[in-house]
Design a protein around this ligand. Structure first.
Ligand code: NAP
Ligand code: G4F
Length: 320
């Protein structure tokens, strides 16, 4: 089996590549041209995957890539994925995160319509939530240009399934984190901050709202659900979540406590990290995934936080 992953250099792409290699897939990863390589997350499997240059903005490159690879499965994980950047670069975010998904779908339709397609949809689409917890049937109310772009990506995936009979599915994934998470996201920002404070490299940590609540799981668990969705008889959409929600403050408490520190001594609230429109609380109901995919998250919230703190302390110690 041949799988193509767009966004292989990102958090999820790297965990998905690990999973598919372990299952015996030949793994191809789409990478965009850059003056410096961004292959840190896939350094450990660099000689086991084949990297192909293409860009979400360039349809021709996507068509050539699919012709060269001839994939059985396509996982579209590439996107401008940071919510705050979507307010400063809304058009680019729409191009990458929204129309980019359509460009990949069009290329699949033209080149390899039998390939199974996965779209990385997001719980951010629920935004100002209409019901608690959120299911596959909960209406969307996106609160950022990123979330609006993801909502387009979601519906165009559903539309291509219904219009062209593609095996196209959309995974509505709630926040998932890991030691490979980008440092600007709040979880990694906190665990990196704790590690720096613990090792005497920083004296404070500047954050935005501490009251927002998210349903946080472990990325390594979530990529298993992506794969499982493409192994079903019928293409359908699934919510992937733990069913539990925690505030940024709770994350802080566990992270600082794990390093024997008090978060109140170091955290400073800074208006520059507040958002023009906030998503106050997300919590997903993954009953469908549990029943149809047999999927369950394995890593608890507390263990996820501790895993990330330990990894960041070790990383910084090794850099000394
Ligand atoms: P990430 O770490 O930010 O990775 C994003 C990937 O997209 C990187 O490999 C990046 O490549 C690539 N990319 C961006 N623009 C591109 C372009 N124009 N052409 C080609 N590649 C491009 O994101 P992640 O956390 O792994 O998330 C994976 C996907 O799931 C994203 O679509 C995200 O929006 C979605 N999602 C994530 C979560 C979550 O909690 N993590 C939840 C729901 C949905 P470079 O290395 O070159 O920058
Ligand atoms: O970690 P965040 O930046 O993640 P956010 O906005 O929930 O988005 C992530 O999850 C989505 C799935 O729901 C993905 F689709 C998306 O691609 C991304 O992976 O922020 C989480 C919460 C927000 O409420 C934010 O306002 O943390 C709050 N926060 C408080 N202080 C902060 C900070 N967020 C960041 N990034 N930095 C802060 O200093």
């Amino acid at each position: 089996m041949k799988a193509l992953i767009t966004g292989i250099t990102g958090q999820d792409g790297s965990y998905l590549a690990d999973l598919l290699l372990a299952k015996g897939y030949k793994v191809f990863g789409m990478v965009r041209r850059s003056s410096t390589e961004t292959f840190e997350r896939i350094a450990h499997i660099r000689d086991k995957v084949t990297l192909v240059q293409a860009d979400l903005l360039d349809s021709t490159s996507l068509v050539h890539m699919l012709r060269d690879v001839g994939p059985d499965e396509v996982y579209n994980l590439a996107a401008q994925s940071f919510v705050p950047t979507s307010w400063s670069q809304p058009v680019l975010t729409g191009e990458f995160t929204g129309i980019g998904a359509l460009r990949v779908l069009e290329a699949v339709r033209e080149v390899c319509p039998k390939a199974r397609f996965y779209q990385a949809s997001s719980s951010e689409m629920y935004g100002k939530v209409r019901e608690v917890p959120q299911t596959e049937l909960t209406p969307f109310h996106p609160r950022s240009p990123y979330a609006v772009a993801k909502t387009f990506g979601h519906y165009i995936t559903v539309n291509y399934r219904e219009s062209y009979d593609l095996f196209a599915v959309s995974g509505i994934l709630f926040n998932h984190e890991s030691p490979r998470r980008g440092r600007e996201f709040v979880t990694r920002k906190i665990t990196d901050g704790v590690a720096r404070i613990k090792l005497g490299l920083a004296t404070e940590l500047r954050l935005g709202t501490l009251d927002a609540q998210r349903d946080w799981g472990f990325a390594g668990d979530y990529v298993k659900a992506m794969w499982a969705m493409l192994q079903q008889d019928q293409p359908e959409d699934y919510v992937i979540a733990t069913g539990r929600t925690h505030s940024v403050k709770e994350f802080l408490e566990i992270a600082f406590d794990h390093a024997s520190l008090h978060w109140q001594d170091y955290v400073v609230q800074d208006p520059q990290f507040m958002r023009p429109a906030e998503v106050d609380q997300l919590v997903g109901d993954a009953t469908k995934a549990r029943e149809k995919l047999g999927w369950e998250p394995e890593v608890s919230f507390e263990n996820l936080v501790r895993m990330m703190v330990d990894a960041d302390i070790e990383l910084l110690q090794n850099q000394r």
